[in-house]
Design a binder for this molecule. Structure first.
Ligand code: ZN
Ligand code: ZN
Length: 397
């Protein structure tokens, strides 16, 4: 598919019944739903803690510390292979794409009930697992995830080099050609540093909240479709409800992806969870939620007090305790996976994040390392809790 085949307008058709999150739901087969091809580290390399996670490194030396609000200030220049001529060409395309968007941008998308109904969608088999989440990496050194839907993948953020994205996709047996679109949460470099180079060979649709692409020259020259947080999009056959998060950037956004009665909630890099975020993250089958820092570790760590205060502020990052409190109102019977995201390498440990979430949910740690936990339910699917790593890609089915 080329970008011309998937313009803003084309990519935002009104939702049909297949997109109705109110479709029936089934708990379906159990199983942990997570596959990881952790390379040399193996699937549970995270269990060894950050030493193991860092072993893989990030080839190409990517962005600055996105743990630190404002630390990854806009870069003064685009990547070296970004020629002025190509930038001018795509800037023109961007204007056309946005002009073509028109009033149909958000037309006919159904409202989401406060808590979607549960049940089985006949189009998605009887498992109810119509969507999958592949997390290529999550943390201050780079973020990229792929929501797999009926037409392919929707990439969320791209904070890795192209080579690294492809390497991680191949680890998970994912096909680059199936990436249909890219959406951004915000413009910090650990989320966007790879976008420019990626787009040189990518014709899919690009989405970012109003103002986000304008913050960096190498984003503003790309044909992003701009949306306001709160708008509902349709991207690659998936309903994408957007909501405002609170972070020290122009217009940070989180997402709820829905298709075939299945739903994924995704929120990272936010100091708080506003009411709309709580509403749209609730009752997803897969919940990917930031659990950035352990407050005592942050307060006793090496960061200057002013920086600590910023991380803890409403425009900073969610702590383990905040995430733990949130999941008590976000996790419902159909929730099968809770993934702690954007875990700080300085001020947190995967096991601390998982323990906090597990305790809040009444889940039992799977082993003494405490890097995953499970809640068995007599009347519903098993709930798994684990942490996304910086360097170990995982697929959550
Ligand atoms: Zn970040
Ligand atoms: Zn950020």
């Amino acid at each position: 598919m080329t970008r011309s085949d998937l313009t803003c307008e084309d990519g935002l058709r009104g939702g049909g019944s297949a997109l109705d999150d109110g479709a029936p739901w089934s708990a379906g087969a159990l199983g942990d739903g997570i596959r990881s091809n952790g390379g040399a580290g193996g699937p549970d390399a995270d269990a060894l803690g950050w030493g193991a996670l860092e072993r893989g490194g990030v080839p190409g030396g990517e962005p600055s510390d996105g743990d630190v609000p404002g630390a990854d200030a806009p870069r003064s220049s685009a990547p070296s292979d970004d020629t002025p001529d190509s930038a001018a060409a795509v800037r023109s395309a961007s204007r056309e794409a946005n002009a073509a968007r028109g009033p149909s941008f958000n037309a006919n998308m159904p409202e989401t009930p406060l808590i979607p109904h549960l049940g089985v969608d006949p189009t998605s088999g009887n498992s109810g697992r119509a969507l999958h989440l592949h997390i290529l990496g999550s943390g201050s050194k780079g973020n990229c995830a792929l929501v797999e839907g009926p037409e392919g993948y929707i990439m969320i953020d791209d904070g890795f080099s192209r080579r690294e994205v492809l390497r991680r996709m191949h680890e998970l047996n994912l096909d680059e050609a199936r990436v249909q679109a890219l959406v951004l949460t915000h413009e910090h470099s650990d989320h966007v540093s790879g976008v420019s180079v990626w787009c040189k060979r990518f014709d899919g649709a690009l989405f970012a909240s109003e103002g986000t692409a304008d913050t960096r020259a190498y984003l503003s020259c790309l044909p992003f479709c701009a949306f306001e947080p709160g708008e509902t999009l349709e991207i690659a056959g998936v309903r994408v409800e957007t909501f405002a998060t609170t972070h020290d950037v122009v217009n940070p956004t989180g997402f709820r992806f829905s298709y075939g009665g299945d739903a994924i909630g995704y929120a990272t890099d936010t100091g708080t969870l506003p009411p709309d975020a709580l509403r749209l993250l609730a009752d997803a089958r897969i919940l990917a939620l930031e659990s950035n820092h352990d407050v005592p570790m942050l307060r006793t760590g090496s960061y200057p007090r002013m920086l600590q205060d910023r991380i803890l502020s409403a425009r900073g990052h969610l702590s383990n305790a905040q995430a733990a409190e949130a999941v008590t109102s976000l996790v419902f019977n159909r929730t099968e996976q809770v993934v702690a995201m954007h875990i700080s390498q300085e001020n947190n440990r995967p096991s601390l994040a998982v323990r906090a979430l597990a305790e809040a949910l009444g889940a039992s740690l799977d082993d003494e390392l405490g890097t995953s936990a499970t809640l068995a339910r007599g009347d519903g699917p098993r709930l798994s809790v684990r942490a996304a790593g910086q360097n170990i890609p995982i697929s959550i089915w």
